[in-house]
Design a protein around this ligand. Structure first.
Ligand code: C2E
Ligand code: MG
Ligand code: MG
Length: 319
């Protein structure tokens, strides 16, 4: 990979063109192997924003600015809430509530996702335990796991520690991983997930169909749940291809004895098609956007104040 800067256009002193070439190199590497990129002002702005964002993320961890929202996963047909997906948000002091798309990637590349991921896991488990105590019967709460969180190789221990702290059984937790994670297998990811699964934690394959799953590997993976990506759901009733692929994914999940969840359900028509195809759970804006814990409790019919303490805020390590 090569980053290119010009003198004097990009600076007269020796350091300045070098810095610019470095930024261009970063962009070149972003585009994959063996690429080159020429420095320009837009790259410079992106690079500066990245540096600022990294610093802000570090501060956000210290100040516990992350919040976890929950999106219901419902039973097809009657819409009863079966489980919840925990999704992180960042309550930025100036920019307001930020969605993961605005910061997860930078957190990953800056080596901060381990800490943020642990905050989310801790908050979600604390919340799940509080809901159980309050009598809110959810099958599971699912938490997204970044590939980086498996690099250290100790995810089973980390998860066991958090579950024990909140006295939550393994069966109440689901971890969502992506296909690329299982294919690249960082830090022996598959073996770590197999250990967790053996202990009773449910493992889900998120965004199924968008990665590059090897069909040959699929049946050997430690997976209980498949989540059909919303790209296919969005195409239902719009193009025949999406319907055919969704039908095939349902058949695949069935024959592998996996539990099937459809993401991104926005219309009644989509819900009806997915129900008739045999999906086990539906998730999407049709039922609810991801919401803060008190709102989730209202959706799930828990009496006000039912969960006792409010745990929607991540306080580093909630007690
Ligand atoms: P995901 O795990 O596939 O989560 C589903 C995303 O789809 C969420 O976006 C959710 O708000 C959105 N969604 C749900 N229903 C609908 C719908 O009907 N229509 C549309 N258009 N979108 C819908 P969100 O919360 O912005 O999260 C984006 C991604 O960020 C997640 O995708 C997940 O990959 C990642 N993420 C979220 N929380 C965490 C976390 O705690 N840790 C890590 N590592 N990644 C996270
Ligand atoms: Mg997910
Ligand atoms: Mg997904």
């Amino acid at each position: 990979s090569a980053g290119i800067a010009l003198a004097p256009q990009h600076g007269r002193e020796r350091d300045e063109p070098m810095r610019c070439a470095d930024i261009a190199l970063y962009a070149a590497k972003d585009g994959g192997r063996g690429q080159h990129a020429l420095f320009d002002a837009a790259l410079d702005r992106v690079a500066r924003e990245r540096v600022v964002l990294q610093a802000e993320l570090r501060r956000a961890i210290d100040r516990a600015e992350f919040v976890v929202h929950y999106q219901p996963r419902v039973q097809p047909g009657d819409g009863r809430i079966l489980s919840a997906e925990a999704l992180v948000r960042w309550q930025h002091p100036q920019r307001g509530l930020l969605f993961p798309g605005a910061f997860i990637e930078v957190a990953e590349s800056a080596g901060l996702i381990d800490e943020i991921g642990l905050c989310v896991l801790d908050a979600a488990c604390a919340q799940a335990a509080a809901w159980r105590r309050a009598g809110l019967a959810l099958q599971r709460v699912s938490v997204n796991v970044s590939p980086r969180q498996l690099v250290a190789g100790n995810l089973p221990e980390v998860v066991a520690e958090v579950l024990a702290r909140h006295q939550l059984p393994c069966g109440a937790l689901e971890l969502e991983v992506t296909e690329s994670l299982l294919m690249n297998d960082p830090g022996n990811a598959r073996a770590q997930l197999a250990v967790l699964r053996q202990r009773g934690v449910t493992i889900a394959l998120d965004d199924f169909g968008t990665g590059y799953s090897s069909m040959a590997l699929l049946h050997k993976l430690p997976i209980d749940v498949m989540k059909v990506d919303r790209a296919f759901v969005a195409g239902l009733g719009v193009d025949d291809g999406a319907m055919a692929i969704t039908r095939a994914i349902v058949a695949l999940a069935r024959s592998l004895r996996m539990h099937l969840v459809a993401e991104g359900v926005e219309t009644e028509a989509q819900a009806e098609m997915l129900r008739s195809l045999g999906c086990d759970e539906l998730q999407g804006f049709l039922y609810s956007r991801p919401v803060a814990a008190p709102e989730f409790e209202r959706l799930a019919g828990l009496p006000r104040g039912g969960a006792g303490n409010r745990l929607s805020l991540v306080n580093g390590r909630s007690a």
